[in-house]
Design a protein around this ligand. Structure first.
Ligand code: ADP
Ligand code: ADP
Length: 228
């Protein structure tokens, strides 16, 4: 469960990117975050995983108050959340297996536990056969599937994705959506910022629209609602 209450965010340059956001996202929901460029979608999402802190207001994720979360507990908090970006952000010199294992090695799991979990998660994203490849040997869609595997290998309750299909063609975007659907069906909350109207209008879920740092629409089974 994620709650934001009266959240405001003003960046150092004076830009007000969140302007009084109050919202509740229940465990297991699938939420699209839509809105024009510069509306505050990324800021909204970044505050959920403590990449940005609100100027005022409170945020609670998985029972943790981010306001009172000590800096030393941030890495522990982040491991409970899987984050996926538009440009994949894989480590270029590590293989697919190593990129995914890395997320587990930092929490000092045993080697055979790590290997089994990496195998399982690569199977889920249908990339077992590419375990020894390097990221630059993969297509964009395959790289994003590795990034998803890395994000979910710690079995987070929440997966947050910022434009995960933004660099992909439509067919590949739908392959990625199939994986998000599966993750969500297993009970994981999915929060996804997107400009992809086809996806939002076809695979219907809750839609939160942000403009000028405010939530201007919040609908179950909503549509994209913008020209695209
Ligand atoms: P969106 O994801 O909807 O495009 P963002 O949250 O990235 O919107 O940005 C909202 C506003 O905040 C924009 O005006 C953007 O330029 C500004 N902004 C975003 N990040 C920063 C930052 N780190 N420092 C200053 N301004 C920022
Ligand atoms: P991406 O497309 O990968 O989400 P962005 O272009 O949104 O990346 O932002 C890249 C980085 O620059 C982020 O850390 C964001 O907070 C920051 N940023 C975005 N807009 C501004 C801005 N107007 N001024 C300063 N930093 C910004």
């Amino acid at each position: 469960m994620i709650t934001m209450s009266n959240v405001y965010k003003t960046y150092d340059n004076g830009v007000q990117a969140a302007n009084g956001i109050t919202v509740k996202i229940k465990q297991g929901e699938f939420v699209y975050v839509v809105g024009p460029s510069g509306a505050g979608k990324s800021t909204f999402i970044k505050m959920m995983y403590r990449e940005q802190k609100p100027t005022t207001g409170s945020i609670n994720v998985n029972g943790l108050s981010l306001e009172t979360l000590a800096e030393r507990d941030v890495p522990y908090f982040r491991r409970q959340i899987g984050v996926i970006f538009q440009n994949f952000r894989l480590l270029p010199k590590l293989t697919v297996h190593e990129n995914v294992a890395f997320a587990l090695e930092v929490i000092e799991e045993e080697r055979d536990v790590i290997n089994q979990r990496v195998k399982d998660v690569l199977k889920l994203v249908k990339l077992e056969h590419k375990a020894d490849s390097l990221p630059n040997q993969l297509s964009g869609g395959e790289q994003q599937r590795v990034a998803i595997a890395r994000a979910i290998v710690n079995q987070p309750k929440v997966v947050i994705a910022d434009e995960p299909t933004g660099n992909l063609d439509m067919d590949t975007a739908w392959e990625i959506m199939d994986i998000f659907r599966e993750i969500n069906e297993r009970g994981t909350t999915v929060v996804m910022a997107t400009h992809n109207a086809d996806i939002v209008n076809t695979l219907r879920h809750r839609v939160i629209a942000i403009e000028g740092g405010k939530i201007v629409r919040d609908e179950m089974e909503g549509g994209y609602g913008y020209e695209s």
